[in-house]
Write a protein that binds this ligand. Structure first.
Ligand SMILES: Cc1cc2nc3c(=O)[nH]c(=O)nc-3n(C[C@H](O)[C@H](O)[C@H](O)COP(=O)(O)O)c2cc1C
Ligand code: SF4
Length: 370
């Protein structure tokens, strides 16, 4: 049997294959963060399409960390019934679903948050609106907000929770030497800059217990001068098992312009799997299951990465916006490659539209003819 369609586990979570839908902000929630019906439909479609695990778009753990309009929220118990419907929908289709939880910090949006904060004061060119320094009391409150959010994830019946520690949001800001210039117990050497993540993980475990699957998406490099580099992030990777993390998804990029983490122009197999070198390094220092995201497009590349043992799962975002049934099509050999053009036309132009594949379809490879 092909490794891609063989079962594997992340902690106590058993998955039927190695294909994961990486977190994708769907922009299908109302102003309070309550999921709207199209989100349920999208998750059902993904589950029917055969992906082994769906990771939701990032959900905000506290109103001060809302990153954009129409972001789903998990900051309040009032949201529980609507969130539970999402989990039920996926389970009804025999799928598995994990919730990604996040706080935007300096990248919380102008439209949704009056003032932003970061580990240290930040201005241009890193953010368009200056962010002030977060206080020790606020740090404690946010750690608690993450733990409460994880408790809600578990209570509503999802299969696990993923901590978003990539792409320059608050946890990534704490890990970054460029953004975190504190000299108290939350800043300094990487051992201190990772304390925020450690405390969040500890607080989450206190809420959800030791059997519940807790994953992380970790930005292993900022890709910007003075930012986090792999030699330091590998120390974070090495510490994850002790933090009680069950699975590591690898990504990178701090600056919020998406250049590093949502790379455009993936045309050949050589352009694919652009974070593979980070996974190869991470493998040397952790036994955790590794999920590799970033430019996975061809069946042959996915098979090779799994067979060589560089990762245990391949994670995709844009290919599954374009074709939610791509996993089934790969499994049935109807297709051997995603049709995604990696041109990043997936974001909505107007409120109420949600994410959608908008690259010109006539240029896309016809289904079944790759
Ligand atoms: C529309 C869109 C929304 C995204 N939302 C999230 C998100 O909520 N959380 C996250 O960790 N990454 C998010 N990403 C990044 C993807 O999960 C993924 O890391 C990146 O797109 C590279 O993978 P790909 O080449 O398969 O698209 C988003 C990407 C896109 C295109
Ligand atoms: S809009 Fe373009 S980049 Fe986005 S999913 Fe569709 S083909 Fe891929």
């Amino acid at each position: 049997m092909s490794i891609l369609f063989s079962p594997y586990k992340i902690g106590s979570l058993e998955l039927p294959n190695r294909l994961v839908r990486s977190a994708t902000a769907e922009r299908m929630a109302d102003t309070d963060g309550r999921p709207l019906p199209p989100l349920k439909d999208l998750y059902a479609e993904l589950a029917r399409g055969g992906v082994g695990l769906i990771i939701t778009g990032h959900m905000y753990v506290h109103p001060s960390g809302k990153v954009h309009e129409e972001m789903t929220g998990i900051y309040n118990d009032d949201l529980l019934p609507d969130l539970a419907q999402l989990a039920n929908t996926v389970h009804h289709e025999n799928g598995r679903i994990v919730v990604q939880i996040n706080h935007g910090g300096m990248h919380s949006s102008d439209e949704t948050v009056d003032e932003t904060f970061a580990p240290s004061p930040v201005g241009e060119p890193y953010v368009s609106r200056p962010a002030r320094e977060v206080t020790p009391q606020e740090i404690e409150n946010i750690i608690q907000a993450y733990a409460d959010a994880a408790r809600r994830v578990q209570e509503t019946g999802f299969d696990g929770v993923q901590i978003h520690a990539a792409h320059g949001y608050l946890i990534g800001q704490f890990l970054s030497p460029l953004i975190n210039r504190r000299n108290d117990e939350w800043g300094g050497e990487i051992t201190k800059r990772m304390r925020f993540l450690k405390e969040i993980s500890r607080a989450i475990r206190e809420q959800v217990g030791y059997d519940y699957p807790v994953l992380i998406k970790l930005g292993m490099m900022d890709g910007i001068e003075g930012g986090l580099l792999p030699d330091e992030s590998l120390q974070v990777v090495a510490a994850l098992e002790d933090m009680g993390i069950d699975g590591l998804e690898i990504s990178g990029g701090l600056n919020g312009d998406r250049v590093k983490n949502i790379k455009k122009g993936i045309r050949s197999e050589d352009d694919e799997a652009y974070f593979l070198p980070l996974a190869q390094e991470a493998r040397k220092v952790t036994q955790l299951p590794i999920l590799l995201v970033g430019g996975m497009r061809s069946r042959s590349v996915m098979d090779r990465i799994l067979a060589d043992g560089h990762a245990d799962f391949v994670s995709m975002c844009r290919p599954l916006i374009s074709e939610p049934d791509l996993p089934n099509r790969l499994r049935l050999s109807l297709q051997d490659k995603s049709r995604c053009m990696s041109s990043n036309n997936c974001w909505p132009e107007n409120l109420g539209e949600g994410i959608a594949c908008k690259c010109p379809h006539e240029k896309l490879v016809d289904k079944g003819k790759t």
